[in-house]
Design a binder for this molecule. Structure first.
Ligand code: SAM
Length: 229
């Protein structure tokens, strides 16, 4: 039997990885990484010497066939991304889907999750907004349909979560302000688990004013959580 592990890695703080994840990364025959240079840091820290190859959105049919051949050959493979849980707004969904297409529910090949850090759940877990049901949008489109999605987010009864880049943070806050009541509670999480981790929660107007006054803080990685209507 061969195994294909989908392994979560830290979203910043390199300590945020499970013992099991490290063991698996050490023991598999090959690790597929979104960017091998990024993953090398994790490998150095935990003295992982497993062979690394890249797998990302540019990967070819040839790479897919190579992965399938290795699995047929009873090799174990792990998939990781630059940070967090692979396939969640990250490359990897295609290979997982291709493996089901190729092997179906063949018990000889198992696809196994190794859970761990994910920016969406980390942000949601400290937002204080209801989370038994929530809507995750990943990255919003940059242009076409963007405003329609903001309108939808502000109409949602459930908590909404999305990823945003620093270049578009101000625009995102402007759009939220345009469509919601000024006191609609939102939560912005920045650089979670890292040195400059910061969380700002308040009415949309208040949060926007915070970033207008502290433009130096519009840096790093962001998750935005919007409370339901
Ligand atoms: N698969 C990853 C996960 O499970 O968290 C998400 C990958 S997605 C390409 C990267 C985006 O996630 C960033 O642009 C940012 O919006 C968010 N993100 C990742 N790490 C973060 C962090 N440490 N703090 C805040 N947001 C983060």
């Amino acid at each position: 039997m061969s195994k294909f592990f989908v392994v979560a890695t830290p979203i910043g703080n390199l300590d945020d990885i499970s013992f099991r994840a490290i063991e698996i990364l050490k023991s598999v025959d090959l690790v597929l990484a979104e960017d091998t240079r990024v993953s090398k840091k994790l490998f150095d820290r935990y003295k992982i010497n497993t062979k690394l190859d890249s797998y990302n959105s540019f990967s070819t049919e040839r790479k897919k066939n190579k992965i399938i051949d290795l699995l047929r050959d009873k090799k174990d493979i792990a998939l990781i991304s630059d940070a967090g849980t692979p396939t969640i707004s990250d490359p990897g969904v295609k290979i997982v889907s291709d493996l089901y297409k190729e092997f179906g529910n063949n018990p000889e090949i198992e696809i196994i999750p190794i859970p761990g850090a994910s920016a969406v759940l980390s942000a949601l877990s400290v937002s204080g907004f209801p989370s038994s049901e929530f809507i995750f949008y990943g990255f919003l489109p940059h242009k076409k349909g963007r405003e329609t999605i903001f309108k939808e987010i502000t109409e949602n009864k459930k908590t909404s979560v999305f990823y945003e880049s620093p270049h578009r943070l101000t625009k995102a806050l402007d759009s939220l302000e345009k469509f919601c009541e000024k006191d609609r509670e939102i939560f912005v999480a920045r650089e979670l688990t890292k040195m400059y981790e910061e969380k700002i929660r308040g009415g949309v107007k208040e949060v926007k004013e915070f970033f207008d006054k502290n433009s130096k803080k519009i840096r790093g990685e962001f998750v935005i959580v919007v409370s339901g209507k």
